[in-house]
Design a protein around this ligand. Structure first.
Ligand SMILES: Cc1cn([C@H]2C[C@H](O)[C@@H](COP(=O)(O)OP(=O)(O)OP(=O)(O)O)O2)c(=O)[nH]c1=O
Length: 202
């Protein structure tokens, strides 16, 4: 079955490729506004579902599965999306400094029969105490702007992280273990289900 990744995120593309699965890319353009009173977990699940549905809707009747995901940084039940400007980015880093927060990624897989499966994965992340100068130095790079919470654990901001509990790939945008399980349950084979190359490496 053909697999489409409904994403413009280079991180998601790289993570899905890590599973050794064949896929094509098509980005979904949806409204990412948080509804009034909406819980963070409900929000990320809705976003992943809407991204998958937007792309699946362009391919009705075709034999394919659509995978989409959404990642948000959550602190005190507030969803931190991508910073809109310097002050927003500074406020986010100041809020995360010296504290634990959650990174939630929801993954939705829409199959050709109209069925969809969703998962929500939460990783706890703690930042060490950051000075204003360190935050400013980070904001002077191009890392924060396309990332939830205004940081990328896979880049310079990896140095901000003093502890992590849970999946690392989930923070980067796609929880590999859970996505593998979701794909396998839907019959989408990854490199880990193929045995034809085994046995020749002694
Ligand atoms: C917290 C964190 C987020 N991120 C990224 C993952 C996501 O790409 C982005 C969160 O925004 P998303 O809206 O989840 O994704 P996106 O807009 O980049 O891509 P698309 O919707 O097309 O799939 O933040 C990191 O790369 N590293 C991190 O440490």
């Amino acid at each position: 079955m053909r697999l489409l990744l409904a994403s413009a995120s280079p991180r998601r593309r790289e993570l899905l490729a890590q599973l050794g699965v064949q896929f094509d890319l098509e980005s979904a353009d949806i409204d990412e506004t948080v509804n009034v009173g909406e819980k963070p977990a409900d929000y990320v699940l809705r976003m992943a579902r809407e991204k998958a549905a937007a792309v699946a809707g362009r391919h009705t009747g075709e034999a394919l599965a659509v995978l989409a995901a959404d990642t948000s940084v959550v602190i005190e039940d507030d969803v931190l999306g991508k910073p809109v400007d310097h002050f927003d980015g500074l406020a986010m880093l100041a809020r995360l400094s010296g504290r634990w927060h959650s990174v939630m990624t929801a993954v939705c897989l829409c199959c050709e029969d109209g069925q969809s499966e969703e998962i929500l994965v939460e990783t706890r992340v703690r930042f060490g105490q950051l000075t204003r100068a360190q935050c400013e130095a980070y904001l002077a790079t191009d890392e924060p702007w396309d990332k939830a919470g205004g940081y990328g654990i896979q880049g310079l901001a990896g140095a901000f992280v003093s502890s992590i509990e849970g999946s690392y790939s989930n923070v980067v945008g796609l929880p590999l273990h859970e996505t593998w399980q979701l794909l396998a349950a839907a019959g989408v084979t990854t490199r880990l289900e193929r045995t034809e190359d085994m046995g020749g490496s002694e």
